[in-house]
Design a protein around this ligand. Structure first.
Ligand SMILES: Nc1nc2c(c(=O)[nH]1)N[C@H]1C(S)=C(S)[C@@H](COP(=O)(O)O)O[C@H]1N2
Ligand SMILES: [Mo]
Length: 197
């Protein structure tokens, strides 16, 4: 088993306290989905838009990319935080390199099997701790937490991490995702309490 990369100290870049303001720590792992758990039969991840190589990865192809296990915190905009989650997956920079993000890419839209979307500026997204993850605590990611494949964003509120991710679109202009169109913050920095736009 390779080393676990601990990114639980990333809060130092954003604030004084590991627990962001207005959050309370929980030891269980609540499920938050806009419309239940979709069934994902043959998972694929399509990467398109401002990339050199538009690519459709099968789950096996995706898992064959260089991957790592990270210990990270998870902050839901509704007020709970879960510390020390161990997710295994491909980092966003690894993925961006695999498909060759174009110079004019400035924004990213994630698409999911339940029709969910979420967007992030490329610079906020293109960080090691943005992980496309298929395992939690060394076990396959449970379906209600986004298995077989989800995104996690410990430096942002968790709605930035699409469960059941099916597509990653590199954009040359910002667009808005599901909650972002409904009044939630685009930046979603937990230490600035960027909950609403
Ligand atoms: N596809 C999809 N991804 C999603 C959501 C969703 O409804 N659909 N909800 C988001 C929200 S608001 C949160 S807090 C986290 C919750 O992840 P969890 O259910 O594993 O706790 O998933 C995010 N990703
Ligand atoms: Mo959330």
């Amino acid at each position: 088993m390779s080393e676990i990369v601990d990114v639980t100290d990333l809060y130092r870049e954003f604030g004084e306290e590991r627990l962001p303001p207005g959050q309370r720590e929980t030891s269980d792992f609540p499920v938050l989905s806009k419309s239940g758990t979709p069934s994902v039969e043959e998972p694929t991840v399509e990467v398109w838009g401002a990339v050199e190589e538009q690519t459709t990865f099968s789950l096996d192809e995706f898992r064959a990319l260089p991957s790592e296990t990270q210990r990270q915190d998870f902050h839901c905009v509704t007020g709970w935080s879960k510390f020390d989650c161990e997710f295994t997956g491909v980092t966003f920079p690894t993925l961006a390199e695999a498909v060759g993000a174009c110079e004019d890419a400035v924004h990213v839209m994630f698409h999911a099997a339940d029709g969910y979307t979420t967007d992030l500026p490329l610079d906020a997204c293109d960080r090691r701790e943005t992980l496309c993850a298929w395992a939690f605590g060394g076990e396959p990611l449970p379906a209600d937490h986004g298995g077989p494949l989800r995104v996690v964003t410990p430096h942002r509120y968790a709605y930035k991490g699409a469960k059941w991710v099916t597509g990653i679109e590199f954009l040359t202009e910002p667009e808005r995702g599901y909650w972002e169109r409904r009044g939630y913050s685009v930046t979603a920095d937990p230490w600035a309490e960027d909950r609403y736009a």
